[in-house]
Design a protein around this ligand. Sequence first.
Ligand SMILES: [Mg+2]
Length: 312
Amino acid sequence: MSQRPALGPGAEFDAIRSMVARLGVSATGIGDDAAVITVPRGERIVASVDSHVDGIHFRRAWLTPREIGRRATVAALSDLAAMAALPLGVLTALEVPNEWQDDMTEIAAGIGDAVDESGTRVVGGNTGRGPVLAINTCVIGHAFTPLYRSGVRSGDVVYVTGRLGGPQDAVREWLRGREASPLSRDRFVRPRARVHEARWLAAAGASAAIDLSDGLVADLQHLAVASGIRLRVDLERIPCIDGVSSREAVASGEEYELIVTSSRPFDIETFRDRFGVELTAIGHASSGDADVELLDRGERVAPPPGHDHFSS
Ligand SMILES: [Mg+2]
């Protein structure tokens, strides 16, 4: 149920009141000194924190305040998805410069969009002044058996959700002063935290997972090192969005898709029907030095440089 936080008078508290009002039923338990979260008995807490900073993760010209709030929150929730954890609540700390003061309620609306999509609530937060807009998001979730990066075994198949390449393509176009294609813009502006998809994949026998934030090759390297295993990926099997090559797609970061491994094949048709998202087998794991091999029609090729904010 929506509520008015019990706060005293003052401009800062007015801003919090307006944000909480904008969040409506997407916020709960706001107004005490700390959030109280009920954890299902026998489950483990899974928690993460993430920062989204103006000029580093986004630029004001590219997104509306609502989109900025949503994207920052999705990025944090995506780390829970990577662990196959269900979110229990989100805490958001905002550092707000003067020129963003009037946008705080719309940023709150975007945070509300993200928590609604993932079936969770804002349970606390903080606001203060800062030199640039920064949205720091703490996510708390639960899982009985979390998925780790270290679970890949020899013979496992490597899968990825969605189609890759959009975010990097959009940023590159914007940096060149051009319009991004609607598809690429949408992938940058409206990523989804694959929370429900990850639970399905974990229940179907996934051995390990990571969310795609640094670029496919870079994130596969994290998996390879954590699991002490060799991962081999075929470039021609990479699902790319229209207009993006597979070489570009494997370097695109901030996708917030999932890389998942499994010793048993997933039912990719059922997955697609259920979530409206593709699930694609792109390679496999084999014993050997912890490394990622990228194959182009059977020939090993050098991986492209990993994702670096706005470096493209
Ligand atoms: Mg991550």
